[in-house]
Design a protein around this ligand. Structure first.
Ligand SMILES: Cc1cc2nc3c(=O)[nH]c(=O)nc-3n(C[C@H](O)[C@H](O)[C@H](O)COP(=O)(O)OP(=O)(O)OC[C@H]3O[C@@H](n4cnc5c(N)ncnc54)[C@H](O)[C@@H]3O)c2cc1C
Length: 384
């Protein structure tokens, strides 16, 4: 964990420099704008080639995400999983919703709030973050870093998504399809369709794979086309494209190593290894960081995820990557054998030990046990 940055003496708030206006940076900048904490915000210009492309962030739960509920562009009361064979698993979320937020909307809202607070977004690409340090200020650096290779398992969540329109009303706007496994499955991973419908005729449709490596550009096109066919969506008009590669790893992310500089965001391990999601964890961390800045305390990063959940994720990643568990069966079983709030609560880091035990008990025993045993039983050299 990063060491403390400089804090304001005698309870005076420390100044904060936020580097990067993505999910993490924007979340902190929103909370600090107009709070009385001296603030600078730096974002890479589009022309620098370093600017993160626009994307959609999904979260779930009773409210939120964080203070951005008013920016949610679509939400769904039901989630659906489609197994390779057999009936769909459909769950109603009760008071919860699965929600979508577009990064462009968050960016515009945060810039407006910053402008209202008299904070100008400084547009330049930071190369040496140490140069931004000033006495009494903490630099919060959210620039991406290379993925650490020090964990047991590194899978990539890679996808091609298209915002599409269809002539026929093929989508059910009350349900998001989290995973539709009617696709060829990669060895040591899993592949699925992901559908976020915004009307009977429009949706974001993605081909997503968790596996060891990315594919050729044409292969994503072929697989997405295959999914459109197999799912019955059929012919589409393409309105937009979203691509991504999200590392799913149990590796530790190194702190900045620079005094007064706090590394945060996907760069600090805020992405949940088993899901590739980070947005709601970033909201929890942003709440703590902003509160500490306001009270003039050193900015120390709270853990993004519970250790117990990280251990469970690590086992799941290893079992998937080794091919010990069949991904499609594993995820379908998880949702079919548990109440939806337990599964989604776990994936968002909200479950306690009792629910976590129930989840483990519902996962394929043999393969998971072999994965656990592989870690605790020392390997004995084979005798001739
Ligand atoms: C395509 C995609 C979709 C995702 N969807 C979801 C989702 O649905 N739900 C979810 O919870 N998580 C999702 N994630 C995971 C995670 O939430 C995102 O990666 C999230 O954007 C991470 O936030 P961040 O602030 O750490 O990084 P970013 O959002 O990438 O922000 C980093 C910022 O730093 C800026 N920057 C880069 N270099 C420099 C530089 N040299 N100088 C100054 N600024 C710089 C960038 O322009 C950017 O604004 C998704 C990830 C991807 C890649």
């Amino acid at each position: 964990m990063d060491g403390p940055g400089a804090s304001g003496a005698g309870g005076a708030p420390a100044g904060v420099v936020v580097v990067g206006l993505g999910a993490a940076g924007a979340s902190l900048a929103w909370r600090l704008a107009g709070s009385g904490v001296p603030l600078r915000v730096v974002e890479a210009p589009v022309s620098s080639g370093r600017r993160t492309r626009s994307r959609t962030w999904c979260t779930w739960g009773p409210a939120g995400p964080g203070p951005f509920g008013h920016l949610v562009s679509a939400s769904w009361p039901r989630v659906r999983l489609v197994p390779v064979a057999g009936d769909d698993v459909v769950a109603h979320l009760g008071g919860w919703r699965y929600r979508m937020l577009r990064s462009q909307d968050l960016d515009a809202a945060v810039r407006e709030r910053l402008a209202g607070a008299g904070v100008e977004v400084e547009e330049f690409a930071v190369d040496d973050v140490a140069e931004l340090r000033e006495p009494g200020w903490t630099v919060v650096d959210t620039r991406p870093v290379p993925v650490p290779r020090t964990g047991r398992t590194l899978l990539l969540q890679h996808f091609l998504g298209r915002r599409v329109r269809t002539e026929r009303p093929v989508f059910d706007p009350s349900a998001v399809t989290l995973m539709d496994f009617r696709l060829p499955q990669p060895a040591g991973g899993v592949a699925f369709g992901y559908v976020l419908p915004t009307s009977p005729h429009e949706a974001l449709v993605e081909y997503t794979e968790f596996s060891g490596g990315v594919l050729d550009a044409e292969r994503y096109e072929e697989l997405l086309a295959e999914y459109l066919l197999r799912s019955g969506i059929g012919e589409v008009e393409v309105l937009g494209t979203e691509r991504g590669v999200i590392p799913m790893t149990d590796a530790d992310f190194a702190p900045s190593g620079v005094p007064g500089v706090l590394r945060w965001g996907a760069a600090s391990g805020s992405v949940r290894p088993s899901t590739g999601y980070a947005f709601s964890a970033l909201q929890r961390q942003a709440d703590v960081l902003a509160a500490r800045a306001r009270e003039g305390s050193p900015l120390v990063l709270p853990p993004a995820h519970r250790r117990r959940h990280l251990l469970m994720d690590s086992l799941v990643l290893e079992a998937l990557a080794s091919g010990r568990v069949d991904g499609a069966g594993f995820f379908t079983g998880l949702f079919a054998r548990n109440p939806v709030h337990r599964v989604l609560g776990f994936l968002d880091g909200g479950t306690g030990p009792a629910d976590d035990l129930r989840l483990m008990a519902s996962s394929p025993r043999g393969p998971m046990l072999r994965t656990v045993l592989g870690r605790v039983v020392p390997r004995v050299p084979l005798r001739r």
